[in-house]
Design a binder for this molecule. Structure first.
Ligand code: UN1
Length: 505
């Protein structure tokens, strides 16, 4: 069976009409082999503008549906995803190149956020607040905001949509989704599953979820349209630099999930067996193409040689290849040739800066010259310079030595990005220092696990050039609603706050 036939049968099972993936001018390809697997139709400016109007109409209906009833839609969506996990997970593997357990795991992450959002639909709590005035009461309510624009990246082609969509929907907002140009098929599949869920419940307004496949112009349209009060955008810092100011210029909200440059610190007291496994998953897993992937490793000099030696063994023996063709593969392909070129450029720069590179070469697949497999690269760096300061979306781990804990902390925070981080230590002073106000400056700071693979229950996102947005769990839902503060006078007098007197006769 060719990959295109495999894709066709998956999309059929997932309920995607065939004309949506056979008749367009945009080709979809699989990084597993580099071959074309389908062709899809782009939205144009006209059709996208009309779609936004329909989403606006859906908002007017959806915002008054009781939140627990909105949660019911998300519950059914979660069940659709449960039923389709095998197929959708396989499609993620084919379109994004993830190994099979990670493809399935991505769908599990969608199911998890749906469950979370269903519970949340009965917990959109506002406070009641003590008033300083007699016979007065203060309270706040959280109301729906409006259609939410969601721009996602290839590396989590469906989970990031679900973090946004599940919350937005229970909060009373439709979603309009522009997926990565590299992963339109998984987006079509998710849209079909959403429509299947919506059709199972009476009275769901049309157009609660809209998919707009297209290029940058479609993203810009979402960013600039005054009917969209919030855009959640995941991608590079360069993309965020365009999107953020444009949203701010029209006073729209943004949730920006941009580049990471995540580090782990390995301390002398660390459990090194555990640390090797954690670091291998974080740095090599997903072929280094998570925004949470481990990119910098700071190792205490007393354990450096032994630890880096063990890591090199792992790097030299890890199984690389097409996860649908070879058993026990841990590293799939890079997304495309451009990713490979950027990786090689970063490695060349690292060498120029005095780095010693272990691994990082292309693993040719003779039958599939347009597929880009690489061995993961471990680079021993004399200092934190050059390419170490930026995010390269590839399996490159820069390893550096430290002597004093303070020095490690200083290096840790001396990059422009601030997404995720971790420490391997059993010394509570170091651990608590790392988690303290003068410790890690990232949105995520872990202990004795790597920086990647977060659960949905926590708020996800980071600081500095990572953009400051928070998605998924905790109280991230508040970004999708507007807060109304009300003061209610149930007396017959009109005392003013702050002791102000304003007596008229
Ligand atoms: C991303 O790479 O854009 O924490 C998201 C993780 C995943 C999400 C990553 N749960 O690695």
């Amino acid at each position: 069976m060719t990959l295109a036939t495999d894709v066709d049968s998956l999309l059929q099972k997932l309920g995607v009409p065939r004309n949506l993936y056979t008749q367009g001018s945009r080709t979809a390809r699989s990084p597993l082999t580099g071959e074309t697997i389908a062709s899809v139709q782009d939205a144009n400016t006209g059709s996208a503008t009309e779609a936004i109007a329909r989403a606006q109409a859906a908002f007017l209906a959806w915002r008054t549906v009781p939140a627990p009833q909105r949660g019911e839609l998300v519950r059914v969506l979660g069940n659709e995803l449960r039923g389709a996990k095998a197929e959708l997970g396989r499609l993620v593997t084919i379109e994004a190149g993830k190994i099979q357990s990670e493809g399935q795991g991505e769908v599990q992450e969608m199911i998890d956020i749906c469950d979370f959002a269903v519970g949340l639909s009965r917990q959109l709590y506002g406070l009641t607040i003590a008033s300083e005035r007699p016979n007065h009461r203060m309270m706040e309510q959280w109301h729906p905001l409006g259609p939410v624009g969601v721009i996602t990246s290839f590396n989590f082609p469906v989970a990031v949509w679900s973090w946004n969509a599940a919350l937005a929907l229970v909060c009373g907002n439709p979603v309009i989704w522009k997926p990565s140009e590299k992963t339109p098929l998984t987006a079509l599949a998710v849209q079909a599953l959403f429509e299947r869920a919506a059709a199972k419940i009476d009275g769901i307004p049309a157009d609660l979820s809209t998919l707009l496949i297209g290029g940058r112009d479609i993203g810009e349209l979402l960013v600039d349209d005054p009917r969209i009060p919030l855009v959640s955008a995941t991608g590079s810092t360069a993309m965020g630099r365009m999107v953020g100011p444009r949203l701010a210029a029209r006073f729209a909200r943004s949730i920006l999930e941009l580049g990471g440059n995540n580090a782990s610190i390995v301390c002398p007291s660390a459990n090194l067996d555990l640390a090797v496994r954690a670091i291998a998953f974080a740095a090599i897993g997903t072929a280094g193409q998570r925004c949470t992937s481990l990119r910098r490793l700071l190792v205490h000099h007393s354990v450096y040689d032994a630890f880096v030696g063990r890591l090199k063994q792992v790097y030299g023996s890890v199984r690389i290849g097409n996860p649908l063709a070879v058993n026990d593969v841990l590293v799939g392909p890079l997304i495309d040739e451009m990713a490979f070129r950027k990786m090689q450029k970063a490695l060349a720069e690292a060498r120029t800066s005095g780095g010693e590179v272990f691994g990082g070469a292309r693993v040719e697949d003779k039958q599939n010259p347009a597929a880009y497999y690489v061995t993961p690269a471990l680079v021993e760096m004399p200092a934190q310079t050059g390419p170490v300061l930026r995010e390269t979306f590839a399996p490159i781990l820069y390893v550096m030595k430290y002597s004093e804990f303070g020095e490690a902390m200083e290096m840790h925070n001396s990059v422009p990005q601030g997404l995720s981080s971790s420490i391997f230590s059993t010394d509570m002073h170091e651990v608590e220092e790392f988690l303290s106000a003068r410790g890690s400056d990232c949105g995520i700071a872990n202990v004795n696990i790597g920086p990647s693979g977060a659960e949905i229950g926590g708020a996800f996102g980071g600081e500095k050039e990572t953009g400051g947005g928070r998605e998924a769990g905790s109280d991230s839902w508040k970004a999708y609603m507007r807060r109304v503060t009300s003061t209610i006078n149930f007396g017959h007098d009109l005392p003013l706050a702050q002791g102000v007197k304003f007596d008229i006769d």
